[in-house]
Each structure stands twice: as structure tokens, then as C-alpha cells.
Write a protein that binds this ligand. Sequence first.
Ligand SMILES: [Zn+2]
Length: 88
Amino acid sequence: MSEKTIVTVTCDVCGCEIWSGDPESKDKPRRLDFLVWFDTEQDEGKGVKPYLSRASMNLCGKCADEGIRIHAIGAMGYNDYRIKAVGR
Ligand SMILES: [Zn+2]
């Protein structure tokens, strides 16, 4: 007897569900590289002047539309992603 494992892929910004299904499925969305603003340097997570860099993420269509307004905060490759209003 075996149980099927279902995985859920969620948006790294808003947390909404993008896809769920068999983890082996070829339909499973892959992380894509997006250009985002990093508000922290990645060694110790210290705040720095925001700089553009690539991050590998899962994004829902709505957040992908926000594109360049996504900011990353974190260190060592572990980041929180959020959308900042223009002008902040
Ligand atoms: Zn989203």
C-alpha cells in the first residue's frame, strides 16, 4: 500500500498557492530567476543601500507583475520577499 505525496508550491512573496500535485510531475513549476532589490547584504544580513540582484523564486502571476518592486531581506540565501510601494 502506498500513499501519493502531494506537494504545494507557494508564492515566495504573498504565500498564495501556485500549484499542487505530484512532486515528480513535469508540470511542477520550477524556480525562476528574478531581479529583486536586496535591502541587506547576504553574509550577516546587515542593512545596506538596496542593490539589484538575482534571486531564484516561485512567484504567482500577480507578484510577478510587480516585478522590480520586490525587496529581499535576509542573509545566507534565506530571504523574506515582499513588495514595497513605489517611492519608499
Ligand atoms: Zn504572490
